[in-house]
Design a protein around this ligand. Structure first.
Ligand code: UDP
Ligand code: MG
Length: 324
C-alpha cells in the first residue's frame, strides 16, 4: 500500500557540512506540500560523520528514513537504492550539497499534479562549476542525443520528480550500469521541465572526479546506443578497402612497373595508423564487454548495512519493483 504523497530521495557521500542546512531548508518545503511525506537519505559509504547527522535528523522526525550502504557504491546506485525504498505517489531526487534548491520542489509537484509523470529541473545557469565541466557536459549531451533514438533532455541532471509508475518501471530495470536520466528518458510517459539556476555547492567539494564522470558518460552511451560498435566496424571496412587498393598498387608497381615503392615513412605511417585504429576499436568493444561482464555476474546492486526502514529484507529483494 502506498502511504505517502511525496518522498524525497537524497544521496549522501561525505556531506557532513551540508546535511543540517539541507534538512532545515527542505522540511518547510515538503511540509507545505503534504503531511504525508518521507525523506530518504541514502548514505553511500561516507567516511565522515554524515551518517550521524542523518541519524540525528531521523531521531527528530519519524518521517525521515535512512539507508546506510555497506560501502561507496556510487551516486547512481545510491539513487536506485532510494527509489527501491520509496513509498509515495511521487519521488523527488535531490542532491545533498544544496546545488539543487529544495524550494523548487513545489513547482515540480504542481506540474506532477497537472498530470506529468516526469518533471525534470533544467539548468538555466550553473554556478561554481569549472568551465571544463560545463563545456564537456554540454558537448557530451549533444553527442548522446545523436547516438540514441529517443529524446534525452539537454542540461538536466538528476534533480527531478518521478511519478509512482515511473519509479516502479525504473525499479524493474535490471542493468547494473545505471544512467538514470537516460533510463527515465527512455521510458517515455508525459515529461516536462521547469527552469532553475543551479547554485554552487554549499560546503565540501564535489566527489565526481573526471574518472567517475567518464564512467558515467560511457554508461550513458553503451547503455543506450550500439552506434559506436557500428562505427568501428564501418571504419574497419573503410580502412580494409583502402588497404586493398594500396596492396593492388604495390603488386602492380613491383611486377609490372618493376619499381618497388621505397620508403620507411609510408610503412611506419600505415603500421601506426592500423595499430591505432585497431586499439581504438578493441577499446570500444571492450567497453561493451566489460558491461556485459558486470551484468552477467548478477550480484546485488548494493548492500545495506543498516536502515531504519522496516521490512528491510523484503524491500531489498523487491528490485523487481513490486509494491511491498
Ligand atoms: N554522491 C553519492 N555517491 C558518490 C558521489 C556523490 O551519493 O559516490 C552524492 C553527493 O553526496 C551529492 C550528489 O551525489 O549529494 C552529487 O554529487 P556531487 O555534488 O559530488 O556531484 P556534482 O554536483 O559535482 O556533479
Ligand atoms: Mg554537487
Amino acid at each position: 500500500m502506498i502511504s505517502n504523497e511525496i518522498s524525497v530521495i537524497i544521496p549522501v557521500y561525505n556531506e557532513v557540512e551540508n546535511i543540517e542546512h539541507l534538512f532545515n531548508r527542505l522540511l518547510p518545503v515538503v511540509e507545505s506540500i503534504s503531511d504525508n511525506y518521507e525523506i530518504i537519505f541514502v548514505n553511500d559509504g561516507s567516511t565522515d560523520n554524515s551518517l550521524d547527522k542523518i541519524i540525528s535528523c531521523a531521531q527528530k522526525n519519524p518521517k525521515v528514513f535512512y539507508i546506510n550502504l555497506s560501502r561507496n557504491f556510487g551516486h547512481q546506485i545510491a539513487l536506485s537504492a532510494g527509489l527501491n525504498h520509496s513509498n509515495a505517489q511521487c519521488a523527488v531526487i535531490l542532491d545533498s550539497d544544496l546545488q539543487d534548491p529544495p524550494e523548487l520542489i513545489p513547482e515540480l509537484y504542481s506540474k506532477f499534479k497537472e498530470g506529468n509523470d516526469v518533471v525534470y529541473a533544467k539548468r538555466q545557469k550553473r554556478k561554481g562549476e569549472s568551465f571544463i565541466k560545463i563545456i564537456t557536459a554540454k558537448l557530451y549531451y549533444r553527442l548522446l542525443r545523436q547516438l540514441v533514438s529517443f529524446d534525452i533532455p539537454l542540461d538536466a541532471g538528476d534533480f527531478r520528480l518521478l511519478s509512482r509508475r515511473v519509479v516502479l518501471e525504473i525499479n524493474k530495470m535490471p542493468e547494473r550500469n545505471k544512467f538514470l536520466r537516460g533510463q527515465i528518458a527512455w521510458l517515455g510517459f508525459k515529461q516536462t521541465h521547469v527552469l532553475y539556476e543551479r547554485e554552487s555547492r554549499k560546503g565540501g567539494k564535489s566527489s565526481y572526479s573526471y574518472a567517475k564522470m567518464f564512467r558515467l558518460a560511457f554508461d550513458g552511451i553503451t547503455g543506450f546506443s550500439d552506434k559506436p560498435l557500428l562505427l568501428v566496424s564501418r571504419l574497419g571496412f573503410l580502412i580494409s578497402f583502402f588497404s586493398f587498393l594500396i596492396i593492388l598498387y604495390a603488386i602492380f608497381s613491383h611486377f609490372i612497373l618493376k619499381q618497388t615503392i621505397t620508403g620507411w615513412t609510408s610503412l611506419i605511417i600505415s603500421a601506426a595508423f592500423i595499430g591505432g585504429i585497431q586499439l581504438l576499436s578493441i577499446g570500444v568493444i571492450g567497453q561493451y564487454i566489460s558491461r556485459i561482464n558486470t551484468n552477467v555476474k548478477n550480484r546485488p546492486l548494493y548492500v545495506v548495512q543498516s536502515s531504519n526502514i522496516k521490512n528491510q529484507e523484503k524491500k531489498d529483494v523487491s528490485v523487481d519493483g513490486s509494491d511491498s
